[in-house]
Every structure is written in structure tokens, then in C-alpha cells.
Design a protein around this ligand. Structure first.
Ligand SMILES: *Cc1c(COP(=O)(O)O)cnc(C)c1O
Length: 357
């Protein structure tokens, strides 16, 4: 039976990414050796790293003055590296969910943290937009897509201080104006590559403004100056990322992805809104994520939750269970997820209603 992969992360990747990476693990670049057993300083791997960085810049239209890095430690290490490198005394954070909270916790170890707004009182079911940013903060940190709660800001906001964004789960899902950000980062395992790397897009002239000693490996300059090759980078995830970037380009880039993602999400949200057995958890349409779509059983049907999950699983749906802090269901509709998977899920929801309602 065909499986439809709705996992939130690690999550679906393009078939090309998986196949080409598997091939390179056996025989990399015709060297007769595995990607896992060759020097990261070989000309063959250096070419992979260079191409991954340049395609990353091309696809997101990244202006001069920014570097793209691939670093170990996932997005979670970035929660600490950001204040380490950018926070002198005070920073500002928008609290839109569990990941934002983890970022806030790390920043608090470096000084004063101002929470500019929070949707916590509503279990993060909307994206706060009306807030004031303290002018004397070193930066504002936002999470553009909240993977757990299914909320997203769909445009690049304007602020008067440096803007830093966690784009773990929406990178490459829409065109972005990188020039509005000082730093963009994310774990690779939502929309780009297997886990093992975080991507970082950093504006170089914003670095070097804090007084503290920064340990070598935690200093963005270390990695930027060496093209992400200061030490041995996670070569397999970088290779896989390059395959995804090539796939993205062949599909028409982020504009084409955005169109597809809007189209896929509309199909599923329409079913959630019109099928009487279900209801969405994010009421405000403009806050609804295109990447992680959350819903629950409608009133009176709550007792069917487990039965629906089992039914969906029996039809080949994988990873549809909601995060424990929201409950219900979540379908992650990342770039690599084909529309036919969304249609299969929608058919499941309709069939279930016909059986039960
Ligand atoms: C998954 C996720 C993270 C954590 O990523 P790791 O690479 O596991 O540390 C951080 N932020 C967001 C928005 C995420 O979705």
C-alpha cells in the first residue's frame, strides 16, 4: 500500500534526495568510495559544499553580505548561539509556542529578555501581530512557522532593530526578503535534509558586536570564514541538502513551491472547515500554517479520535497524530509532499464521516 507521509519532522523529502544520497553512500562522485569514508577536504566534497551554499543563495535570492552555513547541533543549538553572538544586554522575543520558549530560555542566560507578545493564553492558536519592539534591544527573535500549533506569519515583518527568525519548518516554502533579517536559521529535517545540520543565513557585518569571549565553535565568524569547513561538517546531511536544493530549482524554485503549498493547504483546510466531524484549531485564516495543518474532532465526535487515527492509518496515512500539547491531528504538508497525499487524506476524512455521521 502507498504510504502518505505527514510526519512533522524528520519528515518527507523529495525521492531524488533519498535516492541520490543512497547512491552516494555507496559510490560518491565516481570515486569508488562511500560519501561517508572520504575526506571532507577532497575536491569532490568541497564542490558539494560550495554548490549547496551557492544554490541556497540563488534560491532565496540572498543579497551580498550574507553567508550560508551548515552547522551541527540542530536548531536547538542556535537558540544559544544567537544570544551568545548578538545579545549584549537585552533582547526581544515573540512567544508563539514551544520552540520560541526554548529560544527564550537560552537568551535569559545572557541578560534581559523582553517578551513582546505571546499567544500562550490561547494555547498558541493565533499569531500575535500587534506588539511594540523595544528600541534598545539588540534584536527581535521570531518563529515564522509554529510546527506544533500550526500557526504561521506569511510575510516578512518590518522592525527597527535586527530581526532573527527560526524558519525550521517553513524555509523554502515561500519567497522571503532576506534583506529584512540579520539571521535566519533552522533545523534541516523539516523541509531540506535529514537531521544532523542546521542552516544559518547570517549578515556578516552584524557579527562581532558583543564584548564577551565566544568559544570558537559557537562563533559564527569561525564557520563563515571557513565556508562551514572549520571542522568536519556533517557530510551526509549536506550532500542530501544539495539534492533537495537541486530538486527545488528544477521544480521552479520557491515561487512554484509557494503556489503548490497554498493549493495543497487550501484542499485540506476546506475539508476541515466543511466536514462536520472535524474542526480546525487555528480559527484565524491568515494565521493558518501552510506547512503544519492542525485539527480536532468537532464537538460531539471527540470519542472518535482514536478510531479516526486507526482508520487513516489503515488507509496508508502516516504521522497524522497531533502533538500532545494540542491533541487531535496534524498533517505536515512540506514542500516534498505531493498533492495526491493531501487528496488521499481528504478522502479518508470523507469516508470516515460517511461511515459514522
Ligand atoms: C523542529 C524545530 C526546532 C528544533 O529543531 P532541532 O534541529 O531538533 O533542534 C526548532 N524550531 C522549530 C520551529 C522547529 O520546528
Amino acid at each position: 500500500m502507498k504510504k502518505h507521509n505527514f510526519y512533522a519532522g524528520p519528515s518527507i523529502l523529495p525521492e531524488d534526495t533519498i535516492k541520490n544520497t543512497a547512491d552516494a553512500i555507496i559510490d560518491f562522485a565516481g570515486m569508488g568510495l562511500s560519501l561517508m569514508e572520504i575526506s571532507h577536504r577532497s575536491k569532490e566534497f568541497v564542490a558539494v559544499m560550495d554548490e549547496a551554499q551557492s544554490l541556497f543563495k540563488e534560491l532565496l535570492n540572498i543579497p551580498d553580505g550574507y553567508e550560508v552555513l551548515f552547522l551541527g547541533g540542530g536548531a536547538s543549538l542556535q537558540f544559544a548561539m544567537i544570544p551568545y553572538n548578538f545579545m549584549q544586554t537585552k533582547s526581544a522575543y515573540l512567544n508563539t509556542g514551544a520552540w520560541a520558549n526554548k529560544a527564550i530560555k537560552e537568551a535569559k542566560g545572557f541578560g534581559e529578555v523582553v517578551e513582546v507578545a505571546s499567544s500562550k493564553e490561547a494555547n498558541y492558536n493565533y499569531y500575535p501581530k500587534d506588539f511594540e519592539v523595544p528600541k534598545d534591544a539588540d534584536y527581535l527573535h521570531i518563529t515564522t512557522n509554529n510546527t506544533i500549533y500550526g500557526t504561521e506569519i506569511h510575510h516578512d515583518i518590518d522592525v527597527d532593530i535586527p530581526l532573527i527568525a527560526d524558519m525550521s519548518s517553513d524555509i523554502f516554502s515561500r519567497p522571503i526578503d532576506v534583506s529584512k533579517y540579520t539571521l535566519i536559521y533552522g533545523g534541516a529535517q523539516k523541509n531540506l535534509a535529514p537531521s544532523g545540520i542546521a542552516f544559518v543565513i547570517v549578515k556578516m557585518d552584524a557579527l562581532g558586536k558583543v564584548d564577551r569571549y565566544i568559544p570558537t565553535m559557537l562563533d559564527y565568524r569561525t564557520h563563515a570564514e571557513k565556508g562551514s569547513m572549520f571542522n568536519t561538517p556533517p557530510v551526509v546531511p549536506v550532500y542530501a541538502a544539495l539534492q533537495t536544493l537541486k530538486w527545488l530549482k528544477a521544480q521552479g524554485g520557491v515561487e512554484a513551491m509557494y503556489k503548490r503549498n497554498v493549493d495543497k493547504a487550501a484542499v485540506l483546510y476546506h475539508e476541515i472547515d466543511t466536514n462536520s466531524m472535524f474542526k480546525g484549531t487555528v480559527a484565524n485564516e491568515e494565521d493558518r500554517s501552510l506547512m503544519n495543518i492542525c485539527w480536532v474532532m468537532a464537538e460531539g465526535y471527540e470519542h472518535y479520535e482514536k478510531e479516526f487515527l486507526d482508520f487513516a492509518t489503515s488507509k496508508g496515512m502516516v504521522g497524522v497524530k497531533g502533538h500532545r500539547s494540542v491533541g487531535g491531528f496534524r498533517a505536515s504538508t512540506y514542500n516534498a509532499l505531493p498533492k495526491e497525499s493531501v487528496e488521499a487524506l481528504v478522502s479518508c476524512m470523507q469516508e470516515f464521516k460517511n461511515l459514522k455521521a
